[in-house]
Design a protein around this ligand. Structure first.
Ligand SMILES: *Cc1c(COP(=O)(O)O)cnc(C)c1O
Length: 503
């Protein structure tokens, strides 16, 4: 990466937006003249009929195509560059999975089609559930939750329902301070109280830390991510699970980081009772930017009666059925069957990789992260001594004296053609950069990333202002991030119509 900062940007930002290019009456389609009697829409549709023009931009097809192709080029996506966003597992998504999800027999299914007409789709769901159960070492899986966070919510709902069925209603959930923000949020949404547990120097949860909280018997669950978001393997998880179970608490596993242990260790074997998968992370659906998610929940058979509906079942004659109601189920968590296209991608991926391929995923993901840890550790601060799993935490400590911060480093990486890593997370490390290379990056790309980080470190000493004012190669520099998040302008608003001519 030796593109000079001053070189003209290859991203054309200053052209007009498509909405400004149109002209009244211009269109991307020309329809033949009507050859059936015209129907009055209000007479036919009543209240549902549109009475006013929707005021959409009127543009030609080439204008529309150019607009979207240009926009796609302005997006720093995984198909353009490495996206080392820690905890997000932004790995490359094989195109063959996209082909599979777009097969008309899958893509054009209607969610209300009768069961006998969608046997193939139900079989795929059933097989995916079996495969995921095998991968995580639990008894059964429900596919419908639409994101990791919704999977957490669903799993915790099942845990509450389970305790209630035993005539109890403990409300506390022990959550280590390394947890993703969705963990305490899912507790709160469920009427449960997240109790933060400080993990300390080693960065992992220990039996002793949880044991003291369990004695009063008011703990519903221990919620634990393995490996955690500091990139560390929770080696005391079996002991933590054991003491939790002794006190009647269940163990919820946040499975978002499964990429690091795929095919090597199964959360169920470590004592986890219920967990979610993030199919969009581990099982390759393009994500980020608000794309679709899928957070299937896996559970032990003791929790099965409380699983959400619908469930896919295989009848004795080998056909497949969708079971829409179950007396003790927590109910429906998602419209129809969830994000079905992602199930096709995940199933295709698992079948392509096979058991040996999935093992290789975690091996390479961990190797790549430790390669970065070794090379970057020469220049940057690595806060945890232990070898990392699939992601490595660095901090801005070496550049702070020059007035350069993690945010500046992240912005400067954009000038070098890399998406920034996750920053200021995990919260337990000051000025954290959480770097997750994933298994799909080559040695050459990893070296280019290290090279960019080395240049930034040198620049932070020699010309810190250059880092503090980055990025220099994008049209927009530093945004007002609070305003961008709170008052986003996401919609084009048509100009007010011209006032009618008098007379
Ligand atoms: C991504 C992530 C989540 C949330 O998953 P979403 O699909 O974004 O809702 C939860 N926990 C961890 C550790 C994660 O990395």
């Amino acid at each position: 990466m030796s593109r000079s900062d001053e070189a003209a940007t290859d991203l054309a930002y200053d052209e007009p937006l498509i909405f400004e290019l149109g002209a009244p009456g211009r269109s991307g389609a020309s329809l033949p003249a009507l050859d059936v009697p015209e129907v009055d829409p209000v007479a036919a549709l009543g209240e549902a009929a549109r009475r006013q023009s929707p005021a959409l931009p009127e543009t030609s097809e080439p204008e529309v195509v150019r607009h979207y192709v240009r926009l796609s080029g302005q997006n720093l996506a995984i198909d353009r560059a490495m996206v080392p966003l820690g905890s997000c597992t932004m790995k490359y998504n094989p195109k063959v999975n996209e082909w599979a999800a777009r097969l008309p027999g899958f893509a054009r299914l209607h969610p209300l089609a009768p069961e006998r007409m969608v046997q193939g789709a139900l079989e795929l769901m059933w097989r995916l559930e079996r495969a995921l159960a095998e991968i995580c070492g639990l008894d059964a899986v429900c596919l419908s939750p639409a994101a990791g966070a919704q999977g957490e919510l669903t799993g915790l709902m099942m845990i509450r329902a389970y305790h209630r069925s035993q005539g109890r209603d403990p409300r506390k959930v022990l959550v280590p301070d390394t947890a993703h923000g969705t963990n305490p949020a899912s507790c709160t949404l469920n009427g449960l109280q997240a109790v933060p547990i400080a993990t300390g120097e080693r960065g992992i949860l220990t039996r002793a830390q949880v044991a003291s909280h369990l004695e009063r018997g008011d703990v519903a669950a221990v919620m634990i991510t393995n490996p955690n978001t500091a990139g560390l393997f929770e080696s005391e998880l079996p002991a933590v699970a054991h003491v939790a179970h002794e006190h009647g608490a269940l163990v919820y596993g946040d499975g978002a980081n499964l990429n690091a242990i795929l095919g090597r260790v199964r959360p169920g074997d470590l004592g986890v009772d219920v967990m979610q998968f993030n199919l969009h992370k581990t099982f390759t659906t393009p994500h980020g930017g608000g794309g679709p998610g899928a957070g299937p929940v896996a559970f032990r058979s003791a929790l099965a009666p409380f699983a959400p509906v619908p469930r896919v079942e295989r009848r004795p004659d080998g056909s497949f059925a969708l079971v829409e109601s179950a007396p003790r189920s927590v109910g429906r968590v998602r419209a129809f069957h969830g994000n079905f296209g992602m199930m096709v991608r995940a199933y295709a991926y698992i079948r392509e990789m096979g058991a040996e391929g999935l093992r290789q995923v975690s091996g390479l993901a961990v190797l790549n992260a430790n390669y970065l840890r070794a090379v970057l550790g020469e220049r940057w601060h690595v806060p945890f001594e232990e070898r990392c799993m699939h992601e490595v935490v660095l901090s801005d400590r070496p550049v702070r004296d020059g007035g350069v911060s993690t945010l500046d480093v992240a912005k400067r990486l954009i000038d070098h053609g890399f998406h920034p890593p996750t920053i200021y997370f995990p919260l337990v490390v000051k000025g954290a950069m959480l770097v997750e290379p994933t298994e799909t990056e080559t040695r050459r790309t990893l070296d280019a990333f290290c090279d960019a980080m080395e240049r930034i470190a040198r620049e932070a000493a020699e010309a810190p202002e250059r880092v503090r004012t980055a990025p220099h190669r994008t049209r927009l520099r530093r945004l007002d991030e609070a305003r961008a998040a709170r008052q986003p302008v996401l919609r084009w608003t048509p100009p007010a119509p011209e006032p009618a001519q008098p007379g």
